[in-house]
Design a protein around this ligand. Structure first.
Ligand code: NAP
Length: 332
């Protein structure tokens, strides 16, 4: 592929307005020793993609001179070339992968991923369903298994779990995985998504714009053993009365106040805790598990909308708006 050009959307911080994306032709990337080159079929966007772009623009001077900043890390497609050290994959293999966080690469026709962050995609898992999984699915998986202590096979004591913003990319997977783990699930979302979130398995659903929803009060009076908190703007004082004695609030987007609460709760050895979560994918283990669950029809990807690569700015704008129901997919 050396020397071949591809269509890509590069982030151009100098463009005014909300979008900042520009359609260009750039060279197809070359996989290094441990990487695979993937002909992309679908890419899903995450809030991380646009939030990180200000940082990426700052990091620009540190990146390789000709390396374009192309948003998007979560992809599905077909391997077309492999680095000399790659053992697990060969051209023609269908995969789901996480591209390098910087410079990304998802909003283009080809991307390179480390072999360690690439997993096989069986025919039962569509490109769009697979592309939805990496960041959102792994975050939900990590919150529930590592932080909330849930076993996804349902063994272990039953837990009460609250998932906020259950209609979003992370929340939809969190509800489904928590149910697989045998939890009693309370969820919050907007009124228009209550039926959808119930259909994912939530036992009780609160409209976040009602007083009970804003107070996060379980209709059945349960206290939560863990909260997977997938939105912002809710203070610790709202969570605390709703947590069980040793309950943990897992904050995916902790601000300064949350970090301070976390420190205070640790220093005072409080039973109720706030745990900030930061996903840093290191290997393919949990992604293999998620792909397998989709294959077995135990987990599904709710798709908010599909966009062509040529109109990727519509997907980007939707992601920035923060009102997606499930995952936003760009198809190449
Ligand atoms: N720390 C990490 O490693 C990590 C990893 C992944 C994601 N995150 C963060 O986690 C957050 C969630 O990510 P995501 O991909 O799930 O976002 P998303 O898909 O953009 O979430 C959108 C959904 O959130 C709902 N929502 C917004 N405010 C709400 C509220 N106050 N209560 C209940 N629902 C609300 C919206 O419903 P309406 O349209 O009805 O308002 C919409 O359906 C983001 O801040 C993201 O940056 C962090």
């Amino acid at each position: 592929m050396a020397g071949k050009l591809m269509h890509a959307c590069v982030y151009d911080g100098s463009v005014t307005g909300v979008v900042g994306l520009k359609h260009v032709q750039v060279p197809v990337p070359t996989p290094s020793k441990d990487e695979v080159l993937i002909k992309l079929e679908a890419t899903s966007l995450n809030p991380f993609d646009w939030k990180a772009y200000k940082l990426k623009a700052l990091l620009r001077p540190l990146l390789a001179r000709n390396s374009p900043l192309i948003p998007g890390t979560d992809v599905a497609g077909e391997v077309v070339e492999v680095g000399s050290g790659v053992k697990k994959f060969k051209p023609g293999d269908k995969v789901v992968a996480i591209l390098r966080l910087i410079p990304g690469g998802g909003l283009s026709e080809y991307g390179v991923a480390n072999e360690k962050l690439t997993v096989s995609r069986p025919p039962e898992v569509s490109a769009a369903d697979g592309a939805g999984l990496p960041i959102a699915g792994l975050t939900a998986h990590m919150a529930l298994t590592q932080y909330a202590g849930l076993n996804l096979d349902g063994s272990g004591p039953q837990k009460n779990i609250l998932v906020t913003a259950a209609s979003g990319g992370v929340g939809q997977y969190a509800v489904q995985l928590a149910k697989l783990g045998g939890a009693h699930v309370t969820a919050t979302c907007g009124a228009r998504n209550v039926d959808l979130v119930k259909s994912l398995g939530a036992d009780e659903v609160l409209d976040y714009r009602t007083p009970d929803g804003a107070a996060l009060r379980s209709p059945s009076g349960r206290k939560y053993d863990a909260v997977v908190h997938c939105t912002t703007g809710v203070s610790w004082s709202v969570f605390e009365p709703n947590l069980s004695e040793n309950g943990v609030m897992i904050d995916l987007t902790p601000g300064a106040a949350a970090m301070w609460t976390c420190i205070v709760k640790n220093v005072t050895c409080s039973g109720k805790r706030l745990a900030p979560l930061m996903l840093i994918p290191k290997d393919d283990r949990n992604l293999v598990c998620l792909v397998e669950l989709v294959k077995e029809r135990k987990l599904k990807t709710i798709i908010d909308s599909r966009h062509r690569l040529g109109r990727a700015e519509e997907a980007w704008r939707k992601c920035i708006d923060g009102h997606a129901t499930g995952k936003i997919i760009v198809e190449q």
